[in-house]
Design a protein around this ligand. Sequence first.
Ligand code: BTN
Length: 253
Amino acid sequence: MRICVAGEGAFDRWATRPAMRLGEVDSTQIEARRLADGGAPEGTVVRAEHQTRGRGRLGRDWVDERGSALLISIVLRPAVEVSRLPQLSLVAGVGVAEALAEASGLPVAVAWPNDLLIRGLKVAGILAESFTPAGAGPVVILGIGINVNQTRFAGDLTGRATSLALEAGHPFDRARLLAAVLERLEAWYRRWVAEGFGPVREAWRRGSATLGRQVAVGDGIEGIAEDLAEDGALLLRTETGALVRRVATASAP
Ligand code: BTN
């Protein structure tokens, strides 16, 4: 089935376009940024088998096992107010979680701001990096790393991460999984652009591993996650009873 948006006519879905498939690369974020600078259209997907300098949020490394993970970056040119861009990692979280849960039958939860968890362990991470070219609208490079068939995790991931294969007890076909991820991601993204954050917020709250839990959001601030605000900020009740808002910022590439 082809998805159509009123007034735009039919277009190729992201999942049906050939992804740029690379072997070893420093980071798919860097490759996607290069393509975006060259005018690549929305929905351009870069995929790698292995990254030598994979990056996560807050300057952390994202380490993969060659040929086991899904490592992708997608060029997005969202026609929305810039103030809505921080919502994008939550939009992506909902879409990717839905795809992984459907494909695996496993309970995949979203954790604020950008993690996907299975039974409390990290199975995927999302990195939204945005920039605004002169005279044009904002561009977001949406990076997604999914632990698909890894069986071991090193360093500080030991005991904190898992893979679909470890949880399900069998390996997964990464190409089929990628198609499912792109299909769900695109559907949620288009819904967010057209309808706003409301439907994403409801889905995120239903599938959240964060709400009701004690969380630390940086700068020494900790508290119980009470809710996700209408604009996507996390609402946190601290020990002193204060209600703190935290927005998941998109970083610059
Ligand atoms: C996080 O959990 O901190 C986000 C991790 C994002 C990792 C992905 S893997 C594909 C893309 N390329 C990168 O260098 N990072 C993202």
